[in-house]
Write a new protein. Structure first.
Lengths: 486, 486
C-alpha cells in the first residue's frame, strides 16, 4: 500500500506560516539555528523543516493541525529529539511541533497517578514522584533529556523493564489531538478503563504518526525501600548469558540485569583509563540490581552471592549509593566509548528469547570475523534486549558496504531466532528496511490501513515506519547533542 | 459514521454452510440446541446464529473467514460466553466461531511466558502456572469458565487489579487472523517489542470486532509466597470508602481491596442464612488481601490491623486458607443473592476516581430513594471499579421504566465524576447507549474509522460497541448457565 503524503503546492508553505503567525503570534520560528536544531535527532541525519512551532499550551496544537490540513503541511512532533531512529526528523520538511513547553506535573499520591505534560523530562518526573515516596520505573538511558511525550511515542524501555515493564505499562490515559485538530482523551486517570476501541495503546509507540499527544496520566507504584547493586565477571559471554537463564530458573527477580560483552568492556576501560576488575583477564560482565523491602533485598543478596560463587571469575558489590553509581557509569560509558573503534555506529536494539542470547552473541562474534568490523554488544539481558553495534569508518566505502551487509544479516538472524528487530527504539527511519523481515505483507497492510484511517492525508510525521529509507545513503551531521560527553 | 454490515443475499447462508462443510468437514453444527447455546451470553438475550462452527485448529479460522467474505456472513467469535454485555451474542445471525477447542498451554518457566490457546479456561491456566511457582494474576469472577480469548477480547479485570493490573498488562503477543483470513502475529513471546504500529493492544478489548485471536503469549510473574485475608466492618459506606483512600495515603499496597455496601451484605446474609459479623448492626464491609514474601506480609498485616483499629466496628482475619475462602465466598455470593430483591438486574461496572467513590455511593442511595428500586453495590474499591446494580421486576412496566431512567442518570453521574462507564466488562450491546456520554463525536469517529480499516465489510461481530441497542426492549431468556448456582 502506498500511504498518502501531504501535497503542499508551491507558495502554500509561506501562506501557512503567515496564517499561523496571525493565529498564534510568537510561536513560529523560522531562523536557521532553530530549524537546524529541530532537523535531527540522535540518528544525526538532518532534514530541515520549513519552520518550528513552539507551542505554549495544548490548544495551540488544534490550530496548527487545522492549518496543516488546509495547506497540506507535514507536521512532525518533537520533544527532546533523543530518538535513536530518526523518528523525530522532519524528513518531508513542513512544520516541527515542539511540545517541550507542555511541562506541567500533577501528582495524586492517593490514586498513585501523575498527570504530566508531553514536554516533561523523564528524570524530572522521576525526581518529583520519588520525593512523594512513589516510583515511575521506565528509565530510558536518555532520561535526563528525553520527554514523556517522546517516551510514549516510541514506548521507551530502559534497564528496569525486566522487573517493571516498559512505558506502555504505566500509561493510563492520553490527551491530545487527532489529525483534524479535534481533541481526544483516550483513557483517563483511572485504574481500569475498557470503553470502546483502545486507541490509547494504538497511539503509544506510533512515533507521532497517528495523532499528537499533549499529556498523559501515568501510573505510579510505591518506591522500593532498598536497592543493592553487584557486578559479576565471567570468562566468556556464553557463561554470562547462561547464568542469566539460570538466574530466572532459580527464581530470582532482579530489578536490573545488564550484560556487557568483552568488546564493550574493552571500550569502557580504555575510555575511563581503568580496569573494571583490576589484575584479571578481560571478562564479560553482568550488572545486577535487586530492590524491594530491606529484608527481602538482604535475603536475595545472600542467595545471589551464593548462587554466583562458582559461576563467576570475579564479583564486586556496591556498599554505598555512590559506589553503585560508579558501577552504572561503566554501563553508561559503553555507548560513547565505542567511537574509539571507528567513527560511525550502527546501533540496534534487537530482542531475542532469553535462551537464544548466547547464540546471538556467538553470531555477532562470527560476524565480526566475517566482515572485519567490531560488533560490541551490551544491553538488557534480563529482557533479551541487546544493543548490538557495528562500528565502521564512514570514509571507507568498503567498510560501509560491509556494515550494511552485516546489519542485514544480523537482523535476519534475529528474526530467525524468534526475536524482534526493535525492542525499545521503534522503527523511525533506521529500522524501516527491516520491517518486512519482521512482518508479513498482510500485517503491514493492516498497519497502513489503520494509519490511513486516522491520517488520511498523511500529514503526521510522514515518511516514517513504512517508507523505504537507507540510512547508509545519508551523511550524518557532526554535531554535539546535549547527551554527548556525559 | 454508519459502519458497513455484511450483506448476505437470500440463499447465500446455505451455500456458505455447504461450502464450509465441504472444506472443513465435521465442524458445522446446525442443530437447535447448539445454536441456542451459542445464541447468548451472560446478558441472557438470545439471537440465534445460522450455525455454530467448532474449530479444531487455528488454521480452520482462515477458511471460515475466507468463506464469510465470499458469502457475506457475519462471524461472532466465542469462548465460554460468560461476557456480561452481550458482546458474544450473534445479534446479526450468521456464524458463531466456537474457539473453545484451542486449549493448549505451553509454559516457559525461564522467560516466565505462557503460550496459550484462545479456548483455555482462565482458572485451568492459573492452576498449571502456579504448579510451576508462577502466577497469572488476572482473575475475573468468571475465571472457572471464562476463556483466555474472551478475557483478552474484553480486557478482563477482577479482584487483583489493584496490585497486579488487568489482562492487557499480561499480553505479550497475539496470534490469529485478520478478517480476510490472513494470519497475524502481533507481538511475540518476548519481554520487549516495538516493531510497527501496535495492533496487539488495539485488538485487546476490541470484543472480537477487529480480528480473531487464536492464541496468546502471556507474561507470568513469580507466585507470591504468602497471602493473608482480613474482613473489616464499617458503620457506613462512606467510612469504608474513606478508609480506602486513607489506606493508599498511608502507603499500603493490598493485593485485593473489595467493598460491599449494606444492601449487598443484606442480600448475601439472607442468601447464606448467617450474619457476617454476628450480633452487630449490619455494616458496610472491606475485604482485604495482602500478599508477598512471608516477612513482608507479617509486617503489613500488623500495620494494617493497627491502622484499622479506630476505623472499624468489627474485624475478622482468616487463620487458614479455608477460612479465607469462606470470606471470599461472601463476596462471590453477592451477585447471585441479589435476585431476592427482584427478578431483573442491570449490572454496571463503572469506575470513578478513588476519592469520588463515597460520593458515588451516596448517589446510588439517593437514586434508590428517588426511583424506589434497590441499588446494591459492591466491587473493586482499590480501583474505583464498582459494580452498581439496579434491581427491578420485569413484568412491572413502571419499574422497568424507572430502572432505565435510573441507569442513564447513574452513567451521567459517573462521567461527571471523571469516571468511565465500563472498567472491565466492555461495551458489547449493554453499554452501547452510553458510549456517547463517554466519548466525543470525534473520538467515536476515530474508533469507527479504525474498525472500517480492519473490517471494511463489517463481518466481525457486527452490531457491537457502536450500534444503538436498548437492552430494555428485549426479553431475557430464562436459562441456567454453567456459572449459576455456584
Amino acid at each position: 500500500m502506498k500511504l498518502s503524503e501531504p501535497t503542499c503546492p508551491p507558495g502554500n508553505q509561506s501562506l501557512a506560516n503567515r496564517a499561523l503567525k496571525r493565529k498564534l503570534p510568537g510561536r513560529l520560528l523560522e531562523d536557521e539555528p532553530n530549524r537546524f536544531r529541530a532537523s535531527l535527532d540522535n540518528l544525526r541525519l538532518s532534514f530541515l523543516p520549513e519552520a518550528v512551532i513552539r507551542v505554549r499550551e495544548a490548544a495551540d496544537v488544534a490550530t496548527v493541525l487545522q492549518l496543516a490540513n488546509r495547506y497540506g503541511i507535514p507536521v512532525t512532533s518533537r520533544g527532546a529529539g533523543s530518538s535513536a531512529t530518526g523518528s523525530a526528523v522532519p524528513i518531508k520538511g513542513g512544520w516541527v511541533l515542539d511540545l517541550s513547553a507542555l511541562n506541567t506535573v500533577k501528582i495524586d499520591p492517593v490514586a498513585r497517578i501523575a498527570t504530566v505534560g508531553a514536554g516533561v523530562v523523564t528524570a524530572d518526573l522521576q525526581a518529583q514522584v520519588e520525593a512523594q515516596g512513589l516510583f515511575f520505573p521506565p528509565d530510558p538511558s536518555s532520561k535526563k533529556y528525553s520527554t514523556i511525550g517522546g517516551n510514549i511515542a516510541c514506548n521507551a524501555g530502559g534497564m528496569r523493564c525486566v522487573k517493571y515493564g516498559v512505558t506502555r505499562d504505566y500509561v493510563l490515559g492520553l490527551e491530545g489531538f487527532l489529525v483534524d485538530g479535534s481533541a481526544f482523551q483516550f483513557g483517563l486517570p483511572l485504574k481500569k478503563y475498557v470503553s470502546g476501541l483502545n486507541l490509547r495503546d494504538l497511539l503509544i509507540g506510533s512515533e507521532g504518526t497517528l495523532g499528537v499527544i499533549t499529556s498523559a496520566n501515568l501510573k505510579l507504584i510505591p518506591k522500593p525501600e532498598k536497592r543493592w547493586t553487584g557486578m559479576f565477571a565471567f570468562k566468556t559471554e556464553a557463561s554470562a548469558l547462561k547464568t542469566v537463564v539460570a538466574l530466572f530458573k532459580a527464581g530470582f527477580s532482579p530489578s536490573i540485569l545488564e550484560f556487557l560483552d568483552r568488546q564493550s568492556v574493552a571500550c569502557a576501560e580504555q575510555y575511563t583509563g581503568s580496569a573494571i576488575f583490576p589484575g584479571r583477564a578481560r571478562s564479560a560482565i553482568l550488572l545486577i540490581e535487586l530492590d524491594g523491602r530491606a529484608a527481602e533485598v538482604r535475603e536475595q543478596r545472600k542467595s545471589l552471592l551464593a548462587f554466583m560463587e562458582d559461576r563467576t571469575i570475579g564479583q564486586r558489590e556496591a556498599r554505598t549509593e555512590a559506589q553503585a553509581e560508579k558501577f552504572w557509569q561503566v554501563r553508561r560509558t559503553c555507548s560513547q566509548s565505542m567511537f574509539s573503534l571507528a567513527d560511525t555506529k550502527l546501533n540496534e536494539d534487537i530482542v531475542v528469547p532469553l535462551e537464544k542470547q548466547a547464540e546471538l552473541i556467538r553470531y555477532t562474534l562470527d560476524l565480526k570475523k566475517e566482515i572485519g568490523l567490531a560488533t560490541p554488544t551490551f544491553g538488557h539481558a534480563g529482557d533479551g534486549n541487546l544493543h548490538v553495534h557495528i562500528m565502521y569508518n564512514r570514509a571507507s566505502k568498503s567498510e560501509a558496504k560491509k556494515a550494511k551487509a552485516g546489519i542485514h544479516q544480523l537482523m535476519r538472524k534475529v528474526v530467525d531466532l524468534g526475536g524482534v528487530i526493535t525492542g525499545e527504539h521503534g522503527i523511525g527511519l533506521a529500522k524501516a528496511p527491516f520491517l518486512s523481515m519482521q512482518h508479513s505483507t498482510s500485517e503491514i497492510a493492516a498497519m497502513q490501513a489503520v494509519k490511513n484511517a486516522l491520517d488520511p492525508l498523511g500529514i503526521l510525521n510522514p515518511g516514517k515506519i513504512f517508507d523505504a529509507f537507507e540510512v547508509w545513503d545519508h551523511e550524518p551531521v557532526d554535531v554535539c547533542l546535549p547527551w554527548d560527553h556525559r
